[in-house]
Design a protein around this ligand. Structure first.
Ligand SMILES: [Zn+2]
Length: 246
C-alpha cells in the first residue's frame, strides 16, 4: 500500500475525531509552524525549485536532493508541468489559511526547497528542521524540504491508477507536512491521510481545520516579512558594510 511518509518524528495519535480531525506534526515533543510559535498566527514562507544538487547532512528525509529532471517518470512530466502543479498546491494552501507563499529563484533564499531524491525511496518525503525552543511546546520551522522519488511514475491528473502518482495531490500532502501537519491515522477523508488516494484534489475539512489552527484563516493582510536568511559564504565587503547585522 502506498504510503506518503515524513520522518524524524513520532506520530501523534488521534488528536481529534470527526470530519474536521487533524494532527499537528510533533518534532522533539513540540508542535511546529512557520512564523511566530503561537497557534493561529500567520506566516510568510519562500519556496524554490532546486537548480543544483543539495546535500543536507543530518536530515533523515531528503538528505541528498537533485533538481527535477527534464522529464520525470515514464509519462515524462516536464519541469513546467511539475512547477505548475506545485504552484497550484501552494496557492491552494494559501487560499485556505493564513500562510503566504512566495516563489524565489535561488534555493539559498528559500525556506522550502523542492526536488527529487538522489537515493530514491518511498513515494515522496518531507523533511522539517525546527528551531528548538527548550521548555516550549511549540517551535518555529527553520527549513523544510520536499523530495519526490524520481523512479516512480508521475502524472498531473487523476486516472484511477493508484500506482502512478498525481503530482498535485502528493504536493498538497507533503506541503501539509512542511507547514506542520501530521498524518491523521484511520481517517481517509483528507489530504493528510496516510495512503495515496484519488478521491479529491483539494484539502478537506480536517486539513483546512489543521492549517487554520496553526496559521489562522486566510487573510488579505500581508503576513509579517520573514527574517533575512543568511546565505552560505559569498559575503562581500559591500554587504557587510553599514549597521551591524546578525
Ligand atoms: Zn505523509
Amino acid at each position: 500500500m502506498a504510503v506518503l511518509a515524513v520522518g524524524s518524528f513520532f506520530p501523534q495519535q488521534g488528536a481529534r475525531a470527526g470530519d474536521d480531525a487533524y494532527a499537528f506534526l510533533i518534532l522533539d515533543g513540540q508542535k511546529v509552524k512557520w512564523g511566530a510559535p503561537r497557534l493561529g498566527t500567520p506566516a510568510h514562507v519562500r519556496f524554490a525549485f532546486l537548480r543544483t544538487a543539495v546535500e543536507r547532512p543530518g536530515s533523515i528525509n531528503c538528505r541528498s536532493m537533485r533538481p527535477f529532471p527534464p522529464r520525470l517518470g515514464p509519462n515524462g512530466l516536464t519541469n513546467a508541468t511539475i512547477a505548475a502543479e506545485f504552484r497550484g498546491a501552494f496557492a491552494t494552501w494559501q487560499s485556505l489559511a493564513g500562510i503566504r507563499f512566495e516563489e524565489v529563484a535561488d534555493a539559498a533564499d528559500a525556506d522550502i526547497i523542492l526536488g527529487v531524491q538522489a537515493v530514491p525511496a518511498g513515494i515522496a518525503y518531507a523533511d522539517i528542521v525546527p528551531r528548538k525552543r527548550p521548555g516550549a511546546d511549540m517551535s518555529e520551522i527553520r527549513k523544510a524540504a520536499v523530495c519526490f522519488n524520481p523512479d516512480f511514475g508521475w502524472k498531473s491528473r487523476f486516472d484511477g491508477n493508484l500506482t502512478i502518482y498525481d503530482v498535485r495531490y502528493v504536493a498538497l500532502h507533503e506541503i501539509g507536512h512542511a507547514i506542520g501537519l501530521d498524518h491523521v491515522w484511520g481517517e481517509p477523508g483528507r489530504i493528510m491521510a496516510i495512503k495515496y488516494q484519488e478521491r479529491f484534489r483539494q484539502p478537506q475539512p480536517g486539513d483546512v481545520a489543521g492549517a487554520r489552527a496553526l496559521y489562522g484563516g486566510p487573510t488579505t493582510e500581508p503576513a509579517p516579512a520573514p527574517k533575512p536568511v543568511p546565505k552560505l559564504g559569498l559575503r562581500t565587503a559591500s554587504t557587510v558594510a553599514g549597521p551591524a547585522t546578525r
